[in-house]
Ligand binder design. Structure first.
Ligand code: G3I
Length: 347
């Protein structure tokens, strides 16, 4: 088989890149402008107040992103104390950081099955609803936000139904949700009100149930004005799942938030797959998500948020100390994934 001129040239270039020892030359560093300058829509990340004491971390967040989401310190687990008092020091610091750097604030989360503070559990049936209304009103008014995850992760793990939670048991399966949306709207009519869910790209039943729930809420008159797709995925996720999920929720015509994207390599399953191959798979998934997001009409592109700025602070490090799921490594350097994410941006 004769080699074409192009193949010979390409081969020569590749070889010339190798050191005399035959080892491949280190890949050239990836250089990108600030992510928020590359995108015509908000680019967000989850943050924790204590991390702002790390200068490199604070600089990276302020430079690269235009929106922040408190990773956990604006949730009931942080704010609601056992005596019913409310603690706001950390979320106040995050809100102040956002104001100081001209960033949007995104609040998560108001009503979530995973949050059942003992103080709420002890309330009488008569007080339970009004005290939830009071909590939601207090928090939403304290933090002027671009949007809120009003209801988070309402679908069961297997995707076949709605979760049962303290909130649904005491205020109704749909009633607790419509109430939360109504109270949030009354507290701040300017903030968008999202429902948010995970694994829409990997559990088809969940995507179906999510769409049916959104239809039910809208039919019930819930002032739901945004739809979130968390997009926590693993590098072995088959291509196409993210695109399908984003297109499906996009059909409601509401603002869409890719709200919590990260791509775990440590959780990916595959024998004998090289790290370089996983990193390429990770890059493809970040690129697929951005392509899908940019397919949406511009008014529906609320924000693209990742769940952490740097690998070193990722929640997934609590599971595997070497996982590298985010767009920046522990030194704040962009990766193959970051370039794929950026290359996929279309105005
Ligand atoms: O920082 C404190 C530490 O001082 C204390 O010693 C320790 C033990 O109490 O707690 C530490 O705080 C933990 C915090 O993460 C920071 O690591 C909280 O207990 C822990 O509950 C919190 O977990 C967060 C989790 O949501 C629950 O709120 C994770 O950071 C956060 O990444 C995770 O985020 C969720 C989204 O809200 C919903 N989608 C899935 C996503 C990942 O699970």
């Amino acid at each position: 088989m004769s080699l074409s001129r192009r193949a010979v040239l390409a081969g020569g270039l590749a070889l010339s890149a190798c050191k005399p020892s035959g080892a491949a030359a280190p890949a050239a560093p990836i250089v990108l402008g600030p992510l928020k300058a590359l995108a015509p829509f908000a680019v967000g990340t989850a943050v924790q107040a204590g991390y702002f004491d790390i200068p490199e971390y604070a600089d990276l967040v302020a430079t690269q992103f235009s929106q922040v989401t408190p990773e956990w310190e604006m949730k009931m687990e942080y704010i609601v104390q056992d005596d019913g008092s409310l603690k706001f020091d950390a979320p106040d610091r995050i809100a102040a950081f956002a104001r100081q750097h001209g960033m949007r604030l995104y609040g998560t989360t108001l009503v979530w099955y995973a949050q059942k503070p003992p103080w709420f559990e002890r309330l009488s049936d008569k007080d339970f609803g009004p005290k939830l209304d009071e909590y939601l009103t207090t928090v939403v008014r304290r933090y002027p936000a671009a949007g809120w995850d009003v209801v988070n992760e309402a679908i069961t793990e297997d995707g076949t139904g709605l979760r049962s939670s303290m909130w649904s048991q005491r205020l109704g399966e749909l009633g607790h949700m419509t109430r939360a949306f109504q109270v949030t709207k009354a507290a701040d009519p300017t903030a968008l009100r999202f429902i948010n869910e995970y694994y829409l790209e990997s559990i088809p039943a969940k995507l179906d149930t999510y769409q049916r729930l959104i239809e039910r809420l809208l039919a019930a008159g819930a002032p739901l004005t945004g739809i979130g797709c968390q997009t926590h995925c693993n590098a072995d996720l088959k291509p196409g799942g993210i695109a399908k999920a984003v297109a499906a929720i996009g059909r409601f015509g509401l603002p869409i938030h890719i709200s919590e994207m990260d791509v775990s390599i440590a959780r990916a399953k595959g024998l004998g797959v090289s790290r370089a191959a996983w990193e390429q798979a990770q890059a493809r998934l970040y690129g697929e998500a951005m392509e899908a997001f940019c397919q949406l009409p511009a008014p529906q592109r609320f924000a693209f948020s990742v769940w952490g700025a740097r690998d070193s602070e990722s929640w997934l490090r609590g599971e595997t100390k070497t996982d590298t799921p985010d767009l920046f490594d522990g030194q704040g350097r962009p990766k193959l994934a970051t370039k794929a994410w950026a290359d996929a941006i279309k105005a």
